[in-house]
Design a protein around this ligand. Structure first.
Ligand code: HEM
Length: 237
C-alpha cells in the first residue's frame, strides 16, 4: 500500500498518488459540506442533514484509512528535506501555512463532532422533515453528568487495555489522554455556549456557519500546501 501511494501522481509532475488522492478527496468533502450549507440556506433541513451525515462518515473513514496506510508519513511531516524552496520561504511561508492548516483541521473535526449531535438536539422531525426548534436548548444536569462519566469510563477502559497489551504504553496513553480530555472539554464548553447562545436555532446557525467557514479555510490551506510541495517548490532528488 505504502509503495502504491508513493508512485508518481497524476495532478502535478512532482506529486505522488498518495498526495493527489488525499488532495482530491479533501476537495470532494469540502464541496459536499458547502453544498449541504447551500441546502440549509434554502431551508432544506432533511437533505442538509443527510448530506452532512454521509460526508462526515466518509471523511472520518478516509481519514483513518489514509493516515493508517501512510502511518503519518506525509511528505509535509518529513521535515525540511521534502521541501525544495529556500530556508527563508520554508520558515516564513511553508511552516506557518502548514501549522495553520493542522490547527484548522483539528478545530474543524472538533466542531463537526459537536455540530452533529447539536443538529439532532436543535431540530425536530415533523412528518419526516427536519426543522430547527424555536425555544431554548439546555442540557439537563443529569445528562451532563452521565456524559462526563461515560467519557471518563471509556478513557479508563482504553487505558486498561493499553496497559494490558502494550509493553511501553506511554506515548499511546498521552495521545488517548489528550483525545478524551478534548472531548470532555468540548462537552463542558456546552455550559458556556448555553449562556452565550441560548436558543436552539440561533446556536445551530451561528456555530454551523463558523464550522463551514473553517472547512472552507481547510481547503484553502491544503491547496496552498499542495501547490508549494508539488508545484512551486518540489523536492529536488
Ligand atoms: C457538521 C455538522 C453540521 C453543520 C456544519 C451544520 C451547519 C448548518 C448551517 C450553517 C445552517 C444554517 C444555514 C444558514 O442559514 O446559513 C444549518 C441549518 C440547519 N441544520 Fe445544520 N449543520 C450540521 C448538522 C446538522 C444535522 C445533523 C442536522 C439534523 C439532524 C441539521 C439540521 C439543520 C436544520 C433543520 C437547519 C435549518 C434549515 C432551515 O433553515 O430550515 N444540521 N446547519
Amino acid at each position: 500500500m505504502k509503495t502504491l501511494l508513493e508512485q508518481p501522481g497524476f495532478l502535478a509532475p512532482s506529486g505522488t498518488i498518495g498526495a493527489d488522492v488525499s488532495y482530491l478527496l479533501a476537495l470532494v468533502f469540502t464541496i459536499l459540506f458547502l453544498v449541504s450549507w447551500a441546502m440549509a440556506k434554502k431551508a432544506q433541513g432533511t437533505r442538509h442533514h443527510k448530506l452532512i451525515l454521509v460526508s462526515m462518515v466518509s471523511m472520518v473513514v478516509y481519514f483513518c484509512a489514509y493516515y493508517y496506510a501512510r502511518q503519518l508519513g506525509v511528505l509535509a511531516f518529513e521535515g525540511r528535506e521534502g521541501f525544495g524552496g529556500t530556508d527563508d520561504v520554508y520558515h516564513n511561508v511553508f511552516v506557518p501555512v502548514l501549522t495553520t492548516h493542522l490547527f484548522l483541521v483539528t478545530l474543524g473535526l472538533v466542531l463537526a463532532f459537536y455540530m452533529i449531535p447539536l443538529g439532532f438536539r436543535a431540530s425536530e422531525n415533523t412528518g419526516g422533515d427536519y426543522r430547527l426548534k424555536t425555544g431554548e436548548l439546555k442540557m439537563q444536569p443529569r445528562t451532563f453528568k452521565i456524559i462526563l462519566l461515560t467519557i471518563f469510563g471509556c478513557w479508563a477502559l482504553v487505558q486498561a487495555i493499553l496497559l494490558a497489551v502494550r509493553q511501553n504504553p506511554f506515548g499511546a496513553s498521552v495521545a488517548y489522554g489528550l483525545i478524551f480530555a478534548t472531548i470532555a472539554l468540548v462537552v463542558s464548553a456546552e455550559k458556556l455556549i448555553e449562556k452565550l447562545l441560548p436558543t436552539a436555532a440561533r446556536r445551530h446557525r451561528i456555530l454551523g456557519r463558523v464550522t463551514m467557514v473553517v472547512f472552507a479555510l481547510v481547503l484553502v490551506t491544503s491547496t496552498a500546501t499542495y501547490l508549494m510541495l508539488y508545484v512551486i517548490y518540489p523536492h529536488k532528488s
